[in-house]
Design a protein around this ligand. Sequence first.
Ligand SMILES: Cc1cc2nc3c(=O)[nH]c(=O)nc-3n(C[C@H](O)[C@H](O)[C@H](O)COP(=O)(O)O)c2cc1C
Length: 242
Amino acid sequence: MTFRRTVSASDPAIGGLASPVMEVREAVARRKSIRAFLPTPVADETIAGLLEQAARAPSGGNVQPWRIYVIGSDTMPSFLDHLDGRELEPPGYDIYPPSLWEPYRTNRFALGEKMYALLDIPRDDKAARLMRMAENYKFFGAPAAFFCFIDKKMGPPQWSDLGMFLQTFMLLAVEAGLETCPQEAWASYSDAVHEFVGAPDDEMLFCGMAIGHADWDHPVNALESDRMRIEDWCRFVPPSII
Ligand SMILES: Cc1cc2nc3c(=O)[nH]c(=O)nc-3n(C[C@H](O)[C@H](O)[C@H](O)COP(=O)(O)O)c2cc1C
């Protein structure tokens, strides 16, 4: 007997989103954070289908702690209007630990430097860097998005479940011909987002997720983030090939 679920491209359970040629490793390799989108709308039905599939992500005890609020293409303009003139808020949680240390500090720094070099923004041009950062709060032009919330009483294990859900969504989006950018930057607009989506008080915002079609002509989308070597973060015990 096998309990393994088999899914074929024609299986209605995957909502017709499957491509018979896309392998998981291809979706993993192709997914990257997109920071300039075309205005081409994305249908609510497409997003709902991807979310439903993404909910096959595992979660400890199957508690399924993700709480998702979608800003569809029709609603996006009024959401962006809602933010108009609002000040950034202190983030609802520490996006990074204070005074990030090595090697994490360098990883983060390298990403920023690579991005600003592509955009021709020098280190001392703080205004241009801030303006670029502010693109976060337009979802980088994405026509659709969602916000991922979690019950405030949930702890680190359930927050990690959110990551599984989000990555599953992003891979499915690649398969469906869409691009994404997960965005913790929205933690600095927690109250504004909370108000707009009408989330209950016992939920808190983790991140946003921009969804759409990439503007491949925009230089920021040429960004390829680096990864540390496996030797830097993995050991076989006892040591064998690493
Ligand atoms: C939970 C989460 C939050 C993120 N928040 C932001 C964000 O606010 N703004 C942004 O430009 N990128 C954000 N990113 C994207 C990361 O910078 C990106 O994943 C990392 O640099 C690796 O690059 P890649 O996604 O292109 O592989 C976030 C990623 C994750 C997983």
